[in-house]
Design a protein around this ligand. Structure first.
Ligand code: C2E
Ligand code: MG
Ligand code: MG
Ligand code: MG
Length: 276
């Protein structure tokens, strides 16, 4: 009896794994066609200074409206796009679209674009960034590229070389999701970054966990001594904002200030301009 139940479980488990794999393959196939079918768009989430609440920039976040499934989260499809290689075309599309849209805004806010480690490994990224800046007319000072530490752990020397050349264009680099994944202080030591973004998970726990608060404080101290601004991700409440204020955090981003949206409010006037 017990054995047969176990057997059924294994069967069920294998069938389920099969289903997951099939689903990933189906999504990968659809991803390759998504650009041509106009299914992608870019949303923008505001970033603000913690003390003055002035706008410091916007993060570009990719959105995919699948014809049958509706909205699919980037957390679900980006890993698949990285695995099948579609991220190269998709990443280029996001960069070009975000730069072109930001160039048309009245305000001169920065635009932060996420970069996949795969893009750093497979395309001539320096050339790509340079030509998109020229093509769209966006000032390099307005472009920030967000990378995670996993971007630098592969061929470290090569990654550093590319990132230094990108910085030479006048573009800045932010470290995303800091504190999670493979962090090493050695990587930071040789790495020319301009901003640290504290992962949302720490702020989420900060109100109830002295440990999470201690980690936030340590990252802020690191930023101060390296003279690099620190941005906290995932601010949802005024309590969290007050906490960041009292700890001396430079910038913040989260639902409290605004959700990612297709529209960017134009600071230069009362009108809301379509970003597309
Ligand atoms: P990320 O770069 O760390 O982006 C921040 C994520 O946190 C976004 O999720 C954003 O919508 C969400 N977020 C912002 N504020 C809050 C908040 O107050 N509360 C909560 N619960 N969430 C908040 P999203 O848009 O679903 O993107 C997820 C991840 O997908 C991104 O994390 C990034 O790693 C990746 N991603 C998104 N767009 C791109 C892209 O164009 N290229 C690449 N390579 N990755 C992208
Ligand atoms: Mg990001
Ligand atoms: Mg992040
Ligand atoms: Mg994240």
């Amino acid at each position: 009896r017990a054995k047969s139940t176990h057997g059924e479980h294994v069967c069920f488990y294998e069938a389920r794994m099969d289903e997951v794999a099939r689903d990933r393959r189906a999504l990968a196939k659809d991803l390759w066609q998504a650009i041509g079918r106009n299914e992608f768009s870019v949303h923008y989430q505001v970033q603000k200074a913690v003390d003055t609440q002035e706008i410091t920039g916007y993060e570009a976040l990719l959105r995919w409206k699948h014809p049958e499934r509706g909205h699919v989260s980037p957390a679900d499809f980006i890993p698949i796009a990285e695995e099948c290689g579609a991220i190269l075309d998709i990443g280029e599309w996001v960069l070009r679209t975000a730069c072109a849209e930001a160039a048309s805004w009245h305000n001169q806010a920065k635009i932060a674009v996420n970069l996949s480690p795969v893009q750093l490994g497979h395309v001539d990224l320096v050339h790509l960034v340079h030509s998109i800046l020229i093509e769209t007319g966006l000032s390099p000072r307005r472009l920030e590229l967000e990378i995670t530490e996993s971007t630098i752990i592969g061929d470290k020397a090569r990654a550093l070389h590319i990132l230094r050349q990108i910085k030479a264009l006048g573009v800045t680099i932010a470290i995303d999701d800091f504190g999670t994944g493979y962090s090493s202080l050695d990587t930071l030591n040789s790495f020319p970054f301009d901003k640290i973004k504290i992962d949302r998970s720490f702020l989420l726990e900060a109100e109830h966990s002295p440990q999470a608060r201690a980690i936030i404080r340590a990252i802020l101290a690191l930023g101060k001594s390296l003279q690099v601004p620190v941005l906290a991700e995932g601010v949802e409440t005024v309590t969290q904002l007050e906490l960041l204020k009292s700890e001396g955090c430079d910038e913040a981003q989260g639902y409290y200030f605004g959700r990612p949206a297709a529209l960017v409010p134009d600071e230069a006037g009362p009108d809301i301009r379509r970003s597309a």
